[in-house]
Write a protein that binds this ligand. Structure first.
Ligand code: NAP
Length: 491
C-alpha cells in the first residue's frame, strides 16, 4: 500500500466512528465540552479527538442504564440472544474494518488485529447461545420438609472497565455476558484505544440493543469517574480488566457500596520446557505465547524456564525465529510486529531489558530501542537470565523473551510459582502424564499444556492469586453477571 492509500484508508475508518459519548439513545458531547486526543502509536501523531466523560456524564449514563434495566431484564432470553447473535454477525461482516481500526489506534500488527476482531465477535456468538441457558436448580432439603429452589437473576447495572491491549475483545467479553444475563451496562474503555469501543457501541445499537442498555464513556478522568460511579447504589457490578495495581484501588472503592467485582488482572506467565520436550514444537509454541499481540497480552509468556539439556538449542532457535519477524507500521499485511502502545510502555520494556543485561543476561537478538518514529521495540531474546533479575518479576508487556536455564522440573515449578501473579502457565513436554503433574503443581488459573493459546470464549478465563477474581468466558462468565435467588418452597 502506498502512503497516500494508507492515509485515505485511515481517514475512511475514522470517519465511520462516532467520537461522542454514547448515553441512552444517542451520541452526545461531554457535559463540559472536554475531549482528548487519540494517537497513532506507529507515528506518535494525533488521529482524532473523542469526548472525555465527566462525572455528570457518568451519572447520566447510570440513569440511562437504570431506566433501561427493568425492561431489558424482563425481555425474553431468546430475544436478548437474537440481538447478540445479530451483533456477532455484524461484527463478523465488518471484521476487516474493525481490525484496521484496532491497528490504527493500538498499533498491533494486522494479523493480530484480525485475530482479535474474530475473537471479539465470537463472544457475542457464544453469549447469544448462553443467554437461554441461565439455569437454576431444585432439590429436596435434607430435612425432607421443603424444596430448595434456586433461580438466577441479572445482577443489575454493570460498570465495565477495559484495557487498551485488546480493545475489542475485552469489551465484548464483558458486554456479551452482561446483556445475555439481562444486565444493562456502562463501558469505560482505555484512553489509548477508545475508538474501537465507540465503534462497538454503534454496532450494538444497530443490532437492536435498546436505548440505555449499552453506554460508552471514554474519559481521561478514569479514577474520578469510576470512584463516583461505584459510590452510586444503582451500580451493582464492576467487571474490570487491567493492571493489578488499578484493580486493587477499584476493589477498595467497590467495598464502600459492596459492589460485586470480577477482576481480570495482570499476569507473569511462566513457560516451562522440560528436558524431553520436542524443541521445535516448544519454539513454535513460544513464538505464539510470547508474540501474540506483540507481547502486549496478560497471557504473554513472560519468563521461560528451560531445562539446561535443551536450553541452548531452545534459545538459539527462538532467537532465529524472533529475528526473522518483520517489524513495521500498521496497515500492511507483511508486518508481524507493530509498535508498543505508547512511549511509557516502550521505555518500561527498555529499562527491564537493560537491567537484565546489566545483571548478566546475554541478548541473543534485539535489546536496544531502534532509531525511528513511533514506539517500536525489536524482538528480543535474553539467554541465561539470572533467577533474581527484575525482568522475571514484572509484566514485560513487550516482545522480549527472557530464558532461565534450569536443572530440574521441581526447580522450574518453584521458580514459576514464585510470583504474586497466577493467570496462566505453559508447559511443553513429550510426557503427557508428567505435563499433567506439573500443571497440577502450577499456581495459575489456566495452563497451556503443549499449547500456547488458552483464550477461548467457551472456556473459563481467569487467574488466581493477584491475577484476579472470577472468570470470563464459558458458562462461568454468564454467572458473573447473575445472582442466585434461593426460595424455600413447601408444598
Ligand atoms: P490499567 O492501567 O490498569 O488500565 C485499565 C483500565 O482502567 C483503563 O480503562 C484505564 O483507563 C482504567 N483506569 C486506570 N486507572 C484507573 C482508576 N484509578 N480507576 C478506574 N479506572 C482506571 O491497565 P492497561 O495498561 O490498560 O492494561 C494492561 C494491563 O491489563 C496489564 O496488566 C494486563 O495484564 C492486564 N490485562 C489483563 C487481562 C486479563 O484478562 N487478566 C486481559 C488484558 C489485560 P485509562 O486508560 O483512562 O487510564
Amino acid at each position: 500500500m502506498t502512503t497516500t492509500t494508507v492515509r485515505s484508508d485511515v481517514s475512511r475508518l475514522l470517519s465511520a466512528v462516532p467520537t461522542g459519548l454514547l448515553i441512552g439513545d444517542g451520541w452526545t458531547e461531554a457535559a463540559d465540552g472536554g475531549s482528548f486526543e487519540v494517537v497513532d502509536p506507529a507515528t506518535g501523531r494525533t488521529l482524532t479527538e473523542v469526548a472525555s466523560a465527566t462525572v455528570a456524564d457518568g451519572i447520566a449514563a447510570v440513569e440511562a442504564a437504570a431506566a433501561a434495566l427493568p425492561r431489558w431484564r424482563a425481555t425474553a432470553p431468546r430475544h436478548r440472544a437474537e440481538i447478540l447473535r445479530r451483533a456477532g454477525e455484524l461484527m463478523t461482516e465488518r471484521q476487516e474494518d474493525l481490525a484496521r481500526l484496532i491497528v490504527v489506534e493500538n498499533g498491533k500488527a494486522l494479523p493480530d488485529a484480525r485475530s482479535e476482531a474474530a475473537y471479539a465477535a465470537e463472544f457475542f456468538r457464544w453469549y447469544a447461545e448462553e443467554a437461554v441457558r441461565a439455569d437454576g436448580s431444585l432439590q429436596l432439603a435434607p430435612s425432607g420438609t421443603n424444596r430448595i429452589m434456586v433461580s438466577r437473576e441479572p445482577i443489575g447495572v454493570s460498570l465495565l472497565i477495559t484495557p487498551w491491549n485488546f480493545p475489542a475483545a475485552m469489551a465484548t467479553r464483558k458486554i456479551g455476558p452482561a446483556l445475555a444475563a439481562g444486565c444493562t451496562t456502562i463501558l469505560k474503555p482505555a484512553s489509548d484505544t477508545p475508538l474501537t469501543a465507540l465503534a462497538i457501541g454503534a454496532l450494538l445499537l444497530e443490532a437492536g440493543v435498546p436505548a440505555g442498555a449499552v453506554n460508552v464513556l471514554p474519559s481521561r478522568r478514569s479514577g474520578e469517574l469510576a470512584r463516583e460511579l461505584l459510590a452510586d447504589h444503582r451500580v451493582r457490578k464492576l467487571s474490570f480488566t487491567g493492571s493489578t495495581e488499578v484493580g486493587r484501588v477499584l476493589l477498595g472503592e467497590a467495598a464502600r457500596t459492596i459492589v460485586s467485582c470480577s477482576m481480570e488482572l495482570g499476569g507473569n506467565a511462566p513457560f516451562l520446557v522440560l528436558a524431553d520436550a520436542n524443541v521445535d514444537e516448544a519454539v513454535a509454541g513460544a513464538m505464539v505465547a510470547k508474540m501474540r499481540n506483540g507481547g502486549e497480552a496478560c497471557t504473554a509468556a513472560n519468563r521461560f524456564y528451560v531445562h539446561e539439556r535443551v536450553a541452548d538449542e531452545f534459545s538459539a532457535k527462538l532467537a532465529a525465529r524472533m529475528s526473522a519477524l518483520r517489524m513495521g507500521a500498521g496497515l500492511d499485511d507483511e508486518v508481524q510486529l507493530g509498535p508498543l502502545v505508547n512511549a511509557a510502555a516502550r521505555d518500561k520494556v527498555d529499562a527491564l531489558v537493560t537491567g537484565a543485561i546489566d545483571a548478566g543476561a546475554e541478548a541473543l537478538v534485539g535489546g536496544t530501542v531502534p532509531e525511528r518514529e513511533g514506539y517500536f521495540y525489536p524482538p528480543t531474546v535474553l539467554a541465561r537470565v539470572p533467577a533474581d533479575a527484575a525482568i522475571l518479576d514484572e509484566e514485560i508487556f513487550g516482545p522480549v523473551a527472557p530464558v532461565v536455564f534450569c536443572d530440574s522440573v521441581s526447580d522450574m515449578v518453584v521458580q514459576a510459582n514464585d510470583t504474586e501473579y497466577g493467570l496462566v502457565s505453559y508447559v511443553y513436554t513429550s510426557d503427557l502424564a508428567a505435563g499433567l503433574r506439573v500443571a497440577d503443581a502450577l499456581e495459575s488459573g489456566m495452563v497451556g499444556l503443549n499449547r500456547p493459546l488458552v483464550s477461548d470464549p467457551a472456556a473459563p478465563f481467569g487467574g488466581v492469586k493477584q491475577s484476579g477474581l472470577g472468570r470470563e468466558g464459558g458458562h462461568d462468565g454468564l454467572l458473573e453477571f447473575m445472582e442466585s435467588k434461593y426460595i424455600a418452597v413447601q408444598w
